[in-house]
Design a protein around this ligand. Structure first.
Ligand code: ZN
Length: 685
């Protein structure tokens, strides 16, 4: 539920840039000439990532990466359908137009149509991936109807004897009527977060009905509870509520069978016996949908830290479910980055020291922090909910009891973070929003390292810290669980960044580095992250809520000592920290309180914190920030195209090598995936 850091969250100042607008010069670039930038449209930009050191992997390791990568691409349709039940129909219609529309493509309306397509591909559906609002097309219904009627009808998802008109009758209102399915996930207070969400986890049921349905299936006393509801859609049929399980032969079975096919191949070239066993169990789980098998798999996977090649493949993160139960499908494939892993190993080796010295209540400290396997990895393939918007750090599995008994794997994604860092280095954000030149200098000097260290602390020790009181329901915080959990991990990192221990451990060069992190965090939480919110909207996303909560709480609670100051210069708002030591104390206080809330399942206190500090946007400040940001002409959301992994076969049909081809055309990759990795039916009924 907690641990996927979505793109950009740590790089507070670096939201984006256009500094690198040149197109790629194709493959084989030396390090310093690699062109990361691919595309930019509306509030989104697309980069490429490099695969450093891929060539030096063994042929067998590359073969394993190849099979796992194919498995990672095969579930794409699942996510589209989970996001919204008409997404696949609409995507196939867009693809048909992009591939076969013969008319003029230089008109403003066609360009607006292209932008709409790019945004939909970016979001895996017609709702914004972050704000969850339905996209507003920049072209007319009539224009769209003309596109559909003039493209190759054999490419349209009609079938069943239906016509293009039938298709249009269904999807035109869905795309154009602002009142229909306006939000993918409705999180507003006082709303029925199930009935009013467009996402495809539930159909025809209310929040009350779902809560009642699952309450009957959950035993709060079970010390090793399965993740109830994780891999299913809940529907009402003839007045009866039931689950449709994602599995071979069940819901999404056609795509799951393809995933299984590639996992079976991967199994045969696994790096060790445990990995082989683990893949076997994962296949078993995909065949049955049995959540106990999923836990068995995770227990093995979490404990298997040896392999160089690792992966994630499954229904895992529950951010997109308004009730925090149902998981979207996601996949990544990765390999270890040995140098940077040393840093996180140092943190992990000292995990118990961090736990023992943390400001949380003694009774909620873990006596023994187990197995926080921290490493730095490079991504070889992104799939499902990790594509095109990648996480920067991952900490899994999510089941609390597995984390407690076996531990968890925690990784930071080096090549993804590098791409963002490099492209962002010339960003004008810092110049616009930093309060002083000292601040800018500090961030330039230490920002990258301090940000990486924050991510490491957040992932390796933050999420792993603390324990629940006896008998506390792990889901007690409901829709406030995600932001509170992210806040808890962030606070853990913030509390420790200025600690002398980090300098002793050689993780930070000097105290100035922690000041850089504090400046960036507060500036982002109070000011700059607002650039990602549309006018009139509130903060929805869990990590953003966490950052707002922490920064604004610290501002309010430090007011009497003027710990953080907001001031105006030339009509622009700035924020600056006056007392770094006191701020650290405040972070410690809030960490202690949020740990208490989690440990005791204090829903009301958690809700009050999130609603008071983490949600609302002050409209005057917001519009000022948006104005200043608009002048910089940057895009706040980053996604990535994947490289192509091309196997080389010998005469016996065996893979002897895998070549990396870097792609620089975003839409082409999307169409290629649509053509080669689309396995779910999208037929008009
Ligand atoms: Zn996290």
């Amino acid at each position: 539920m907690k641990n996927l850091i979505k793109s950009l969250i740590m790089f507070l100042i670096v939201t984006s840039t256009l500094s690198c607008t040149s197109k790629s010069d194709k493959t084989g670039e030396p390090d310093n000439q690699f062109n990361y930038f691919v595309d930019q449209f509306e509030d989104m930009r697309v980069l490429r990532y490099r695969l450093p050191g891929f060539e030096s992997l063994t042929p067998k390791q590359k073969e394993l990466i190849y099979y796992l990568s194919e498995a990672a691409l095969c579930g794409r349709d699942i996510l589209w359908d989970q996001n919204f039940r008409y997404n696949l129909l609409i995507r196939k219609t867009l693809e048909a137009i992009l591939q076969s529309y013969p008319g003029d493509k230089e008109t403003e309306e066609y360009k607006a149509f292209l932008t709409y397509c790019k945004r939909a591909f970016f979001a895996n559906g017609i709702h914004h991936h972050y704000s969850s609002d339905k996209f507003v097309p920049g072209f007319s219904k009539e224009f769209f109807t003309g596109l559909v009627k003039n493209c190759d009808p054999s490419l349209l998802p009609t079938g069943n004897g239906k016509s293009a008109d039938d298709l249009l009758n269904l999807i035109v209102p869905v795309i154009f009527d602002p009142a229909l399915f306006p939000k993918k996930v409705e999180r507003g207070e006082g709303k029925d977060i199930i009935a009013e969400s467009a996402s495809g986890f539930y159909e025809g049921v209310t929040q009350k009905e779902v809560e009642k349905f699952y309450a009957a299936l959950t035993d709060p006393k079970d010390p090793r509870p399965v993740s109830t509801g994780l891999n299913s859609r809940v529907v009402k049929r003839n007045g009866k509520i039931e689950e449709e399980i994602y599995r071979s032969g069940g819901l999404y079975g056609e795509a799951i069978d393809k995933i299984i096919y590639w996992l079976e191949k991967a199994k045969n070239v696994a790096e060790n016996e445990t990995q082989k066993k683990e893949l076997e169990i994962l296949v078993q789980y995909y065949k049955t949908g049995d959540l106990k098998t999923w836990d068995d798999y995770n227990v093995l996977w979490a404990g298997n830290t040896e392999p160089v090649i690792d992966y994630i493949n499954g229904f895992i993160e529950v951010y997109e479910d308004p009730l925090g139960m149902k998981a979207t499908w996601e996949a990544i494939v990765n390999y270890k980055d040995p140098e940077a892993t040393k840093r996180t190993e140092t943190i992990t080796a000292n995990a118990q020291w961090f736990e023992d010295n943390s400001p949380i209540m003694e009774k909620y400290k873990k006596e023994k922090v187990t197995g926080v396997a921290a490493k730095v990895i490079n991504i070889a393939m992104l799939g499902g909910d990790c594509y095109p918007v990648s996480p920067l750090g991952i900490n899994l599995p999510n089941a609390d009891w597995i984390r407690k008994e076996v531990g968890s794997k925690s990784v930071t994604l080096a090549n993804i973070t590098d791409a963002i860092d490099i492209v962002s280095a010339g960003s004008g954000m810092l110049g616009e929003f930093a309060a002083s030149s000292d601040e800018i200098e500090r961030v330039r000097k230490y920002g990258s390292l301090a940000g990486a260290l924050h991510t490491d602390l957040h992932e390796c020790v933050g999420h792993a810290s603390g324990k629940l009181a006896e008998g506390t329901d792990p889901n007690a915080l409901k829709n406030y669980q995600s932001p509170l959990e992210e806040a808890r991990a962030d606070l853990f990192a913030l509390y420790y960044i200025p600690d002398r221990k980090l300098i002793e451990l050689n993780l930070l060069p000097d105290p100035q580095a922690s000041m850089a992190e504090y400046d960036s965090y507060i500036r982002n939480g109070i000011l700059t992250q607002l650039v990602r919110i549309r006018p009139g909207k509130q903060i929805e996303q869990a990590h953003m809520r966490a950052r707002a909560l922490i920064a604004r709480w610290a501002y309010e609670n430090g007011k009497k000592d003027n710990v953080i100051e907001m001031f105006s210069r030339d009509g622009k708002t700035f924020v600056k920290i006056n007392d770094y030591d006191k701020l650290r104390t405040l972070f410690g206080d809030l960490l202690r309180e949020i740990q208490r809330i989690k440990s005791e399942g204090d829903f009301e206190a958690g809700k009050a914190l999130v609603e008071t500090y983490g949600v609302k946007v002050e409209p005057v400040l917001h519009s000022e920030i948006l104005d200043r940001y608009a002048k910089l002409n940057l895009a706040p959301y980053t996604g990535f195209v994947n490289p192509m992994l091309v196997p080389v076969y010998n005469d016996n049909g065996e893979i002897t090598d895998v070549k990396v081809e870097y792609i620089d055309d975003y839409l082409s990759q999307m169409l290629y995936y649509g053509k080669n990795y689309s396995f779910l039916p999208a037929v008009l009924n």
